[in-house]
Design a protein around this ligand. Structure first.
Ligand SMILES: Cc1ncc(COP(=O)(O)O)c(C=O)c1O
Length: 361
């Protein structure tokens, strides 16, 4: 044998298309990873720094203060709230807890690039259901794809990378049709950016659907991506126990816990930031349409932009990068011929529009 003999799992797991560009200069416009363009609020940064000063102690393994703060903000019981090293941590834990060879996980495609990983790492079968003609989840097709072997159905709402969403009525109908032994994971990483519905309206669904898991994160609207903190709202407390059971004990660091608790105290400022993102989103749609580009109907902090057939996606992304503007190419996200553009600061988006105006035929 010439080297390490990796498990079959490693052969199955695709390499996650990680964003790069973090080593580029100060002036780079980071429009590739759907982060907030604003720094954390000073009070939040201070709370995290205070916690870091006590870093010789392990963090609270139960994250009780944070879970209490989330319970206060959402009305969900403490025994149904799981926190983690980003919401990805909880997504992966759900995969560990529910999937294994012979079982199936159903999700729309293109959607968040971590979903295929759940099947690859567990040996379960991935059932990918194409988005409809408007780049939305096809609720009927998703329900039809569920079989007696299905153990998880993931709905990314708003969907990454398209930004499109199912509304509350559509979600309610979908949930009513899914058998109770199938865990429905409602990934709401971008829920706060939705303009047309109360972001918390979906939390009510937990009361009726014992198989529901809602995922939320502090990485996006709260601007805490680097701290790594997210949470899961479980309808069934047994799911919370299972999610904790499959992970190492200290899955949420002390600075993240403290920063997130403080962030939840600033709902007004956060909603001002959401308004700003929504305004910039509208402006960017107008500007891109003026350049002849089509954007999917995004309710998130990014746009999914269809490129004209004559445009080479890779060459365009490279040319933008040379101008210190980073966006995501569609191909690695499952949508060739597209760009995914994060809603950055107005001046960054203006630079992008100018560059696209020069680069597009
Ligand atoms: C749909 C979706 N879910 C979850 C996540 C993960 O977020 P976190 O930083 O909380 O792990 C992302 C991050 O981009 C995402 O797009």
């Amino acid at each position: 044998m010439s080297g390490l003999d990796f498990s079959d799992r490693i052969a199955r797991i695709r390499v996650y298309p990680a964003a790069d560009g973090y080593a580029l200069g100060e002036h780079v416009a980071l429009l590739a990873s759907n982060e907030a363009p604003f720094a954390p609020l000073p009070e939040v940064a201070e709370a995290a720094a205070r916690a870091a000063a006590g870093a010789h102690r392990y963090p609270d393994p139960s994250a009780t203060r944070l879970r209490k703060a989330i319970a206060g903000a959402t009305g969900v019981g403490l025994d149904c709230i799981s926190v983690g090293n980003g919401s990805c941590d909880i997504l992966l834990a759900a995969g560990e807890a529910l999937l294994e060879p012979g079982r199936e996980v159903v999700y729309a495609w293109p959607a968040f690039s971590m979903y295929p990983h759940l099947a690859e790492s567990s040996g379960a079968t991935a059932v990918e259901v194409p988005l409809d003609a408007n780049e939305r989840h096809d609720a009927d097709a998703l329900v039809a794809a569920v079989t007696p072997l299905t153990r998880m159905l993931i709905i990314c709402n708003p969907n990454n990378p398209t930004g499109t969403m199912l509304d509350l009525a559509q979600l309610t109908t979908l949930l009513e049709q899914v058998p109770s032994e199938v865990c429905v994971v409602l990934d709401e990483a971008y829920r706060e950016f939705v303009g047309e519905e109360d972001p918390d309206a979906t939390i009510e669904l937990l009361k009726k659907h014992r198989n529901l898991l809602i995922l939320r994160t502090f990485s996006k609207v709260y601007g805490l991506a680097a701290l790594r903190v997210g949470y899961g709202l479980c309808a069934d407390p047994a799911l919370k126990v299972a999610l904790d059971q499959v992970r190492q004990p200290f899955f949420c660091n002390a600075a993240a816990q403290a920063g997130a608790v403080e962030a939840l105290r600033h709902a007004e400022e956060i909603s001002r930031r959401v308004d700003q993102v929504r305004e910039s989103r509208k402006q960017l749609v107008d500007d891109l349409e003026a350049l002849g580009l089509h954007c999917a109907d995004s309710q998130a902090n990014f746009l999914w932009v269809k490129l004209p057939d004559a445009v080479d996606e890779t060459a365009l992304v490279t040319s933008l990068r040379e101008r210190e503007i980073l966006v995501r190419a569609g191909t690695p996200l499952g949508g060739p011929g597209h760009l995914r553009i994060t809603i950055g600061l107005p001046e960054e988006l203006a630079r992008l529009v100018t560059a696209l105006g020069e680069l597009l035929p």
